[in-house]
Every structure is written in structure tokens, then in C-alpha cells.
Design a binder for this molecule. Structure first.
Ligand SMILES: NC(=O)C1=CN([C@@H]2O[C@H](COP(=O)(O)OP(=O)(O)OC[C@H]3O[C@@H](n4cnc5c(N)ncnc54)[C@H](OP(=O)(O)O)[C@@H]3O)[C@@H](O)[C@H]2O)C=CC1
Ligand SMILES: O=C1OC[C@@H](O)[C@H](O)[C@H]1O
Length: 385
């Protein structure tokens, strides 16, 4: 693969997030920093008609769409010689088996699997071993870590202005009106490993990891409120990073969102992340007694936050937040750029979101589920310890 050749993706699953990912990777890469050229060359669904409908909706010319293969099963897609990498956008309980099959496909160079990477730490460690054996790149699609604002926060932490980090507070709450959802909805169905923790919990965790790392030794104290199906409606957990940094984290599927959604507090100041923690709009930094200063992806926004702080304005890709975020598309393409670059550099894992981050998150979630009494039904876990 030369630097000029488009990186060829096969998309697995044709639901909500696969659609967003696919549209983002087709955004002109010159509109973002270090953008890579991507192509979608095949789509795999449990039925061919859905794959074709997905292709028909892609923002491409009819001629280009006609070159994309529509596969009626995931195995069929994996056998295609036209793809460099797969993106897996299935419900949680499907991640392990599909990622395993993809890693075992000799022609594939990379596997990008949606968050949460899998359903348990044991599953993730098993995938790591296979990725090493097969010499195939593997990454959890933790898109937030690749967004320009994550870099702004990292730089602020590394700059040391807020002093030594003491506490991370982060929450992702979305009122999904679970009373009105069917028991078989992916958020509520234990057979699909539903629940707030696995679906929304990765986002409070990403900020905790970006700020405090992914230690091998850690402590967790957790509490869960259950939904009628037995999955967690809300989870809250305190994470002890093994030194003197603590994180107070939570996720809820029946509570309205709050901004700032993340606060990193240090000895001399704090960093606030505004908007949804999965794709923030801007960051505020307070040093000592000084006034809060706001930053977008491109730098200082001044001491007045970009208005208005409404839920619509927070949405990935919203025009209102575009000025602060500073790029075209909704933000799912940065992780794809990292995959293409890493593969070109013959890496098996990303330097931005390496395997240890996902195994740490999965290990924390194992403990939160255990303390909260959320036991997956038989058959959900592909690796039973
Ligand atoms: N990064 C982000 O911002 C987001 C990430 N996500 C993550 O993406 C994944 C999918 O979520 P989302 O796109 O919202 O889900 P959807 O239900 O919209 O789509 C999931 C797709 O998976 C396939 N699938 C395979 N097995 C099943 C099954 N048993 N039941 C239902 N669908 C199945 C289907 O595609 P087909 O019929 O073509 O086979 C379906 O369209 C999850 O891991 C979730 O956590 C979700 C939202 C946002
Ligand atoms: O990743 C996600 O972020 C946004 C939420 O709406 C969604 O449920 C979740 O999967």
C-alpha cells in the first residue's frame, strides 16, 4: 500500500454507527490535520438487501457506489480480496466472535472494532494474542481519543498548569427513554450485552485513561441501578489508580446529559470538557483564581464559551460546534486515519489507543459488573474464565 493509495475498508453491520463511520471516512481528508485517503470497498450485513441499501446511501457518485461489494453475511465479506481492514459496528455481544474471525482472515491487515472493544477483559486478551499470532493490527474504535480536543486536553495536562492531577470526574448520561424501548433493543437486551456501563461507560473511562493512564493494578468501588431486563440502567464507580489519583465516573441511560461532562482537577487548577464526553465542543481551563479560558481544536476561543450550550449544538458534526471543533465531518474519521497510518508503519496496535487501554477498561468493567450483580446470560461471553 503506497501513501497515495486509498485505505480500503469493509464495513460489518449496517446500523446507526456504521453509517456514521462510513460517511465520515469519505470526507475529503485535506479538510483535517493528517487526514488519510479512505475508500469503502465492501459492506457486509446479515442480508444482502441491507448491505445494498447502506451502499446506496453513501455520499458517492452512482458509478463509485456500483464498485462496492454488497455481502449477505459477515463471513462472505471477510472472504473479499478487496479490503485492507474491517470496521465492526455490531451490538456488543457480537464484537468478540466477529473480531476473532476477522483477525483469522489472512488477507486482512487491520480490525477496528466498536467500543466497548468486547464484553470482558479475558475476551480482549484473547484477541490481543490472536492479533500477535496473525500479525494483524487490532484496535477498539475509541474515537474520542483521536479527536483534536483530546490532544488539547493532553497538552494542557502535560503543560502542568493545573498542577498535579488529583481527581477525574466524568459522566455520560443520555435519556434514551428506556421505558419506551423494547426489551430486545440493544441497550436493554442482556443477550446483546446491553446496559449503560458497556454502551456509555467507555466515555467517562476514556478521559480517565487519557488523564491518568491505564495501570495494571487498580481498585474499583461500584454501584448499579438495574433496568427491568437485568442490565444496568445506571452505573457509578470510583476508580483508584493505584497511586493518589481517583476517578469518580458514571453512566446512565435514563438521565439527561450534563455539561461540562468531564472535570479534571489538579492541585492548582482544573480542565472542563464541554458538550458530550464522546465528542466535546470545547474545553475550559482554570488556573488558580484566574478566569476560565476556553479552547477549541485550533486554540484559544477567549473567555466567553461558544454559544449556545444546547444538546443540538453538542451533536457530532453540528454546524454550531464546527467552529470550535475546526474540522469537516463528525469526528469518526480521525481513528480511521490512525489505523491507516499504523498499518503503513507495520504496527499491530495504535500508539494513541493501545491494547493496554482497552484491557484496562474491560478489567474495570468486569469489576463494576461483578459488584453490581450484572451477570451476562450464557453464551454472551466467547471466553469463559
Ligand atoms: N462510536 C460511537 O459514537 C457509537 C458507537 N456505538 C457502538 O456501535 C455498536 C453498534 O451500535 P449501533 O450502531 O447503535 O447499533 P444498531 O442496532 O444501529 O446497529 C447494529 C448492527 O449490527 C448488526 N447486528 C448483528 N447482530 C445483531 C443482532 N443480534 N441484533 C441487532 N443487530 C445486529 C446489524 O447489522 P446487519 O443487519 O447489517 O447485520 C445492525 O444494524 C455498539 O458497539 C455501540 O456501542 C453506537 C453508537 C455510537
Ligand atoms: O457510543 C455511543 O455514543 C453515543 C450514544 O448515543 C450511543 O448509545 C453510544 O453507543
Amino acid at each position: 500500500m503506497s501513501a497515495q493509495t486509498a485505505f480500503r475498508w469493509g464495513i460489518i453491520g449496517t446500523g446507526n454507527i456504521s453509517t456514521k463511520f462510513a460517511h465520515d471516512v469519505l470526507v475529503d481528508p485535506s479538510t483535517r490535520s493528517k487526514g488519510e485517503q479512505h475508500a469503502i470497498t465492501a459492506v457486509g450485513s446479515r442480508n444482502t438487501a441491507s448491505a445494498q441499501t447502506f451502499i446506496d446511501a453513501l455520499p458517492l457518485s452512482a458509478e463509485s457506489r456500483a464498485t462496492i461489494e454488497a455481502h449477505g453475511s459477515y463471513d462472505s465479506l471477510l472472504s473479499s480480496p478487496s479490503i485492507d481492514a474491517v470496521y465492526i459496528g455490531t451490538p456488543h455481544s457480537g464484537h468478540y466472535a466477529v473480531a476473532l474471525a476477522a483477525l483469522r482472515t489472512p488477507s486482512l491487515r487491520a480490525v477496528l472494532v466498536e467500543k466497548p472493544g468486547v464484553c470482558s477483559r479475558a475476551e480482549w486478551l484473547a484477541l490481543e494474542r490472536v492479533a500477535e499470532e496473525e500479525k494483524t493490527f487490532l484496535m477498539e474504535a475509541m474515537w474520542t481519543a483521536f479527536q483534536p480536543l483530546a490532544r488539547v486536553v493532553r497538552d494542557a495536562l502535560e503543560g502542568g498548569g493545573i498542577g498535579k492531577l488529583h481527581t477525574v470526574q466524568a459522566d455520560l448520561s443520555i435519556d434514551m427513554k428506556p421505558d419506551a424501548l423494547a426489551d430486545t433493543h440493544r441497550m436493554l437486551d442482556p443477550l446483546l450485552a446491553g446496559g449503560a456501563l458497556l454502551d456509555l461507560g467507555p466515555y467517562p473511562m476514556v478521559w480517565a485513561v487519557l488523564a491518568a493512564g491505564a495501570p495494571g493494578e487498580f481498585g474499583v468501588k461500584a454501584s448499579m441501578v438495574k433496568a427491568r431486563t437485568g442490565v444496568d440502567l445506571r452505573s457509578a464507580w470510583i476508580l483508584d489508580f493505584g497511586g493518589d489519583i481517583q476517578a469518580v465516573l458514571s453512566a446512565s441511560m435514563d438521565t439527561p446529559s450534563l455539561t461540562p461532562s468531564v472535570i479534571l482537577r489538579g492541585a492548582r487548577g482544573s480542565i472542563r470538557v464541554y458538550g458530550q464526553p464522546y465528542c466535546p465542543t470545547h474545553v475550559g481551563i482554570t488556573l488558580g483564581e484566574e478566569e476560565e479560558v476556553f479552547y477549541g481544536a485550533e486554540g484559544k476561543l477567549g473567555s466567553a464559551p461558544p454559544p449556545p450550550a444546547t444538546q443540538e449544538a453538542w451533536a457530532p458534526g453540528s454546524d454550531i460546534a464546527k467552529a470550535a471543533r475546526g474540522y469537516e465531518g463528525a469526528g469518526w474519521h480521525f481513528q480511521a486515519d490512525d489505523v491507516a497510518r499504523s498499518v503503513r508503519a507495520n504496527l499491530l496496535q495504535s500508539s494513541v489507543w493501545p491494547w493496554k487501554n482497552t484491557s484496562f477498561v474491560m478489567g474495570v468493567f468486569d469489576q463494576v459488573r461483578s459488584q453490581g450483580g450484572y451477570v451476562f446470560p450464557e453464551g454472551v461471553l466467547g471466553v469463559v474464565e
